[in-house]
Design a protein around this ligand. Structure first.
Ligand code: MG
Length: 371
């Protein structure tokens, strides 16, 4: 299998509704898509989760573009095979820039799976046909609006509800949702918004309202604060931004700073890396799940395939396409099935069709690289 070209496109899709987290509000999503093509016409697709501003991570559209064109695509063209794990090893000497690396790695996994006639999940060793999912609900203008929104998602069939929280938007909205829906599974995610002095406060309201999981309340390097929160807590403490590689995971496991691992393909540098981290966590008795980054159907497909692997035992943040975009880039769209699940596509590679007409409408710029 020889790579003949790589096309990098900048794409913009409008969200169905604005999504607010402790970082700010997103109304549309601008992102990069990579299309790899081999000499015999096989395609592999990768989606980059970096955004325009360095809020969730230090990577941005601009840094990813720079790293891909200056370092990682040249490394890929030099690589003798198109094996994704070989690409991870070959680029390990370049520090950081994991979202940029994941853009290529995911496209290589798609390509490698297609070349063997396997779905991405089978290629990675997954066996599930459906994966359990929940929904992540952004910060809303009012508490009453939040309760209504949660009700709509429950009516739509979502079983697990994750609420975005931050100082000033935590105990009151969580209590209101718990009061309205006494039996649902509630998770919260703060995206690092609390100071490490907030351990006692968070523990109190999370326990009082039977929150099942508290995700990344403290800054990414605050491993000891997360360990203090986790000690004897009646809820799981989940790490997201803190875990970027095997070393950070092993240190956090040693410190007992997590009882749940959020794996995001982009944050950790790819699907094969995410698989390895989830296996390490499982050996330590810590369950994993797949986090979302408002991906289009391409990134979502990769994530659904990864969620089909055995170590991912908690429901993923991978909702149906219509929760995010009016018109997704892929067919068929992901629809919510029985028991709050999404079906794992069966066809080769990511198993969904990229609709070129919609893609070209959403494309703002594109550049093709050849060997
Ligand atoms: Mg998170």
């Amino acid at each position: 299998m020889h790579l003949s070209s790589a096309r990098l496109s900048e794409v913009e899709l409008e969200l169905v509704e604005p999504f607010e987290t402790s970082f700010g509000v997103e109304r549309h999503r601008r992102f990069l898509l990579l299309r790899l093509e081999t000499a015999d016409g096989l395609l592999g697709w990768g989606e980059c989760v970096a955004s325009a501003d360095p809020l969730y991570s230090s990577e941005t559209l601009a840094t990813v573009r720079e790293m891909l064109t200056g370092h990682f695509l040249p490394a890929l063209f030099r690589q003798p095979s198109l094996d994704p794990e070989e690409f991870v090893r070959a680029t390990a000497r370049f520090r950081g820039h994991r979202m940029a690396k994941a853009t290529i790695e995911t496209a290589l996994v798609d390509l490698s799976a297609r070349s063997r006639g396997l779905s991405v999940s089978r290629f990675l060793g997954g066996a599930r046909r459906r994966v359990a999912v929940g929904v992540s609900v952004g910060i809303q203008p009012t508490v009453a609006g939040l309760v209504r929104r949660v009700g709509e998602y429950l009516d739509a069939g979502y079983r697990r509800i994750k609420l975005k929280v931050r100082p000033g938007w935590d105990e009151v909205p969580v209590r209101a949702v718990r009061h309205a829906y006494p039996d649902i599974e509630i998770w919260v995610d703060a995206n690092q918004a609390y100071p490490v002095t907030a351990v006692g406060k968070i523990r109190r309201w999370a326990a009082d309202h039977h929150v099942a999981q508290v995700e990344q309340p403290f800054p990414e390097r605050a491993i000891r604060a997360h360990a203090r929160l986790a000690e004897g807590a009646p809820f799981r403490v989940c790490l997201d931004e803190s875990i970027v590689d095997a070393v950070s995971l092993e240190d956090a496991l040693d410190a007992r700073a997590l009882s749940s691992l959020n794996v995001k393909t982009g944050r950790v540098g790819g699907l094969t890396v995410g698989r390895a981290l989830a296996r390490t966590a499982r050996r330590a008795g810590v369950p994993s799940w797949i986090g979302g980054m408002l991906e289009s159907g391409i990134g979502r497909a990769h994530n659904v395939h990864l969620a089909a692997l055995a170590p991912f035992t908690l429901p993923a943040d991978l909702s149906a396409s219509d929760r995010y975009y009016r018109e997704d880039l892929v067919d068929p769209p992901f629809v919510l099935g029985p028991g709050s699940t999404l079906e794992v596509p069966r066809g080769p590679g990511i198993g969904v069709e990229i609709v070129e007409r919609r893609l070209s409408r959403a494309t703002r710029a594109s550049r093709t690289f050849r060997r």
